[in-house]
Design a protein around this ligand. Structure first.
Ligand code: AMP
Length: 450
């Protein structure tokens, strides 16, 4: 998807020379669509609501105007942070920080990250030096605000990246409280995979002034470079066999395997390792250092398979992932988009394969309809499922006689593969939505961003 055929060039934006040097270092061929639309609009000073797919170049779409604005300010030496980027996960914070530092390398602006899992005192020392740009997960930053170690009183720009996911992870109240520490005249850019998220409208009303909306591409449209395939499965042991066969047959550079739960991701990583596949596991309970090590091993090619839960893999930006396997069907079309958006990046081709057992059939149909895509039905030699779909189907393709909610959660025939999540984490400040925007199972995600 990156970049579109375009005549646009970054030079047209007439950015600060020092910023242009940073962009040159990134060696990007041309601005992507979201960058072409969002950068001038943000430089014009408007609050923005931006919907952009993962992999569309959205990070630079906000980092460029953010940096330009900070460089244009007369900064008193005692000023605190000028720009704040709130993100849902540590992993995403690290990736944003990396892009920010490259972009800012020739400028006097400093960028730091404040996330959970890192030493609080060390962060306090970082904050005392008043970095102009902060990338943070909400929970930890709020602690610093409350303890007086973060100074947001001079803030010029606030970015809420992956705002839909921050809300799904229970960060709504933290985000609102953090904005209470910012001056009212700050500019706000809100980015989200979808702008149809219920909670987002409320947050948008509370924080944004006359926002301009920028919707890039069809929000619900999966990348065109991804082949979406489906393998039917009879039960968990059958799924294990399918997964092993898929990964043992090779043909990919890097693969991501998603389970709906942390325990599933951990079990699958163990299974794959026992079969001598080079595999690691990424889940929300790892320490920051452990997560960093996992990501380094994956990026360096020491392992070529990562088993992950949704939250842990959020915002992962690793090149050359050409296979995504949904061991469990994700709980919503948006989650499906986020998972499969890890492949087919920067114009490359990718394959997404979902393993679907009987209790997940209706969910699979709902996702097909929501995303307007048709999974290519496949089978593997010697591993064809006995299950071939419900005997009686409605015109929608769903099973006749299935009660909507119970069937989507697995109902009586619930398998371990489709088991529900644990109750929300104890610090969750607000209850999750009764159902996600697309009507699937509620997102009762545990916070792992801090
Ligand atoms: P994002 O949507 O911010 O997660 O970006 C996805 C990937 O696209 C990152 O690896 C960026 O370095 C890359 N990228 C960002 N802008 C461009 C561009 N204008 N041309 C090519 N690649 C880009």
């Amino acid at each position: 998807m990156l970049p579109e055929e375009t005549d646009a060039v970054f030079e047209e934006l007439q950015l600060d020379r020092r910023l242009q040097l940073g962009l040159d270092a990134l060696a990007l061929p041309a601005p992507t669509e979201v960058q072409q639309l969002a950068v001038p609009a943000a430089l014009g000073g408007s609050d923005l609501r931006i919907s952009a797919e993962t992999g569309s170049g959205k990070t630079l779409a906000y980092l460029i105007p953010l940096a330009q604005r900070c460089l244009g300010e007369e900064i008193p030496p005692e000023a605190g942070t000028l720009a704040l980027v709130l993100v849902p996960t540590r992993e995403l914070a690290r990736q944003v920080l990396k892009q920010a530092r490259t972009l800012l390398a020739s400028t006097p602006l400093r960028a730091e990250a404040i996330t959970g899992g890192a030493d609080f005192k060390y962060q306090k020392a970082l904050l005392r030096r008043n970095p102009e740009v902060l990338v943070a997960t909400p929970g930890r930053l709020l602690e610093h605000c409350e303890k007086g170690s973060a100074d947001l009183a001079s803030l010029q720009m606030l970015v809420l990246d992956e705002a839909d996911r921050m809300l799904d992870m229970g960060f709504r109240d933290d985000v609102l409280q953090i904005t209470g520490h910012c001056p009212p005249q700050r500019q706000v850019l809100m980015l989200s995979a979808t702008l149809h998220h219920r909670g987002l409208r409320e947050v948008s009303r509370a924080l944004l002034h006359s926002p301009v909306t920028i919707a890039v591409g069809e929000v619900r449209q999966p990348h065109s470079g991804i082949s979406h395939q489906l393998l039917l499965a009879d039960h968990q042991a059958h799924k294990d066999q399918l997964l092993l066969a898929l990964l043992q047959q090779g043909g990919y550079r890097r693969a991501l395997v998603f389970g709906n739960r942390r325990a599933t991701a951990a079990r699958l990583a163990g299974l794959l390792r026992r079969h001598h596949l080079r595999c690691d596991c990424l889940h929300g309970e790892l320490t920051t250092e452990e997560r960093k090590q996992v990501m380094t091993r994956f990026r360096d090619g020491q392992v070529d398979i990562l088993c992950a839960s949704d939250v842990a893999a959020r915002g992962l930006d690793v090149k050359e992932i050409d296979l995504v396997v949904n061991y469990d069907m994700p709980r919503s079309g948006d989650d499906y988009l986020h998972r499969t958006g890890r492949t087919g990046r920067a114009g490359e081709h990718g394959t997404a394969i979902s393993l679907v057992a009987a209790p997940e059939w209706n969910l699979m149909i709902s996702i097909e309809r929501y995303l307007k895509l048709s999974f290519e039905r496949r089978s593997l030699p010697g591993l064809k499922a006995k299950y071939s779909g419900p005997k009686h189907q409605k015109s929608s393709g769903k099973a006749v006689g299935s009660r909507k909610k119970s069937s989507e959660k697995g109902g009586k025939a619930r398998s371990r593969a489709a088991a529900p999540r644990k109750p929300p984490a104890k610090r969750r400040p607000s209850s999750p939505p009764a159902a996600s925007e697309d009507g699937f199972a509620p997102l009762t995600r545990k916070r792992s961003g801090d």
